[in-house]
Design a binder for this molecule. Structure first.
Ligand code: HEM
Length: 358
């Protein structure tokens, strides 16, 4: 039965209606925002979106129908219970007090959709909060404290340096050392990342947006912000064997009951760095904007988060990007990955929710 779990401005809305709408908007965004980024000639030179897509494919192979990065994943849904505490900073409807529907996707970094789970692989969480359209907020976050690079060029060079050496099957340490020598900001970020080892599972991972954005209030005042999700539970230990240990533990946990994260909005100043390799001072004020509650987990399939583009520039009225060049690059590359995968034949996801015992 498709129970109406949400009431939106007085009207009950079913989850099925929400997902149908989300798919339609995803298609719209892939075309529209990609076109804007193209027009802005966001990278130029050899760092085009196609060059980055080619680099992902050279690293991981071509897997039709799958994302070119964060290819392995599982779809989730639930709700966001906004406290209204961030409404002082932004007119965004999803951050006014109230409840909004949520569609999301947990993933592992990298372009291989059947890669075996490892504790050190970057964990991703893409989320769309609110109904599709002008009021919806999308964000793709990862479990790192800072991003390892601060430009599209460095991102490209990092992909090059992480290519496996045919002799060992592992990245060439000399190539990685040369990359870090060329990009001191990445060297410093790597040291910060090492101080934050990964938690045991998805359910106890923090997830950070890492890029800087601006919240805009009803007087037009723009405040620099960063956001993160802080877990409210411990994770079930991942299975010791099998390729999907991290995903299977998450599936079991969500089947047993909802999992939740608090959304913390860190309030910056105009002096704080936009550069995502740099943490903000630890004493910055943070507001708990609400709690994200996930109660449903599904194998990737038509109409769920599989078919969304978690474009970081899909922002609602009241939120704006900073001038971090990573944001435009992400938007353009995600659009191209989305365009490719939606036009290709599909294969089943490696993570099959029904195959995991409760
Ligand atoms: C220049 C920098 C970056 C590039 C080129 C890049 C590239 C990509 C691509 C091609 C995808 C697949 C998109 C799709 O088909 O829908 C993707 C997904 C993703 N990226 Fe990035 N990315 C970048 C930076 C970041 C940053 C800074 C974060 C987090 C703070 C991030 C988090 C994610 C997540 C969580 C997903 C999976 C979202 C989903 O489930 O659809 N990425 N990225």
């Amino acid at each position: 039965m498709d129970q109406p779990p949400f009431t939106w401005r007085g009207t009950p809305v079913s989850r099925r209606a929400l997902l149908a709408g989300a798919g339609a908007v995803a298609a719209f965004l892939a075309v529209d925002l990609g076109a804007v980024a193209y027009a802005n000639n966001w990278m130029g030179g050899r760092f085009t979106r196609q060059a980055i897509i080619d680099r992902f494919q050279a690293l991981s192979g071509v897997h039709p129908g799958f994302r070119r990065n964060h290819a392995k994943g599982v779809a989730v849904s639930g709700r966001f219970e906004s406290t209204g505490a961030a409404a002082e900073l932004t007119v965004a409807t999803v951050l006014a007090a109230g409840v909004s529907p949520v569609v999301g996707r947990f993933s592992l970094g990298g372009g291989n959709p059947t890669v075996a789970d490892t504790p050190g692989a970057v964990r991703g969480f893409g989320v769309a909060i609110g109904f599709p359209g002008r009021d919806q907020w999308r964000s793709a976050m990862i479990n790192l404290p800072v991003f390892p690079v601060n430009s599209p060029e460095a991102f490209y060079d990092q992909l090059l340096a992480s290519a496996p050496d045919p002799a060992t099957g592992k990245p060439d340490p000399a190539a990685m050392a040369a990359f870090l020598a060329k990009y001191p900001a990445s060297k410093a970020a790597t040291a910060v990342i090492k101080q934050h080892p990964p938690t045991p599972g998805f359910a106890d991972s923090p997830f950070g947006g890492l890029n800087t954005f601006h919240f805009v209030d009803d007087s037009g005042v723009r405040t620099p912000v960063r956001w993160m999700l802080v877990p409210r539970q411990q994770a079930r230990p991942p299975a010791a064997t099998g390729p999907n240990g991290l995903f299977d533990a998450l599936i079991q946990q969500v089947k047993a009951g909802p999992v939740a994260w608090d959304l913390r909005v860190v309030v910056g100043t105009d002096q704080d760095p936009v550069d995502p390799t740099l943490p903000w001072p630890a004493d910055r004020r943070a507001v708990t904007a609400g709690t994200l509650v996930l109660d449903t987990i599904e194998t990737e399939s038509p109409g769920n988060a599989r078919d969304l583009n978690f474009d970081p520039l899909a922002l609602p009225h009241g939120m704006e990007p900073s001038d971090d060049p990573i944001l435009g690059a992400r938007s353009a590359v995600y659009a191209e990955s989305y365009r490719l995968r939606t036009g290709e034949p599909k294969s089943p996801s490696a993570v099959q929710v029904d195959e995991v015992a409760s």
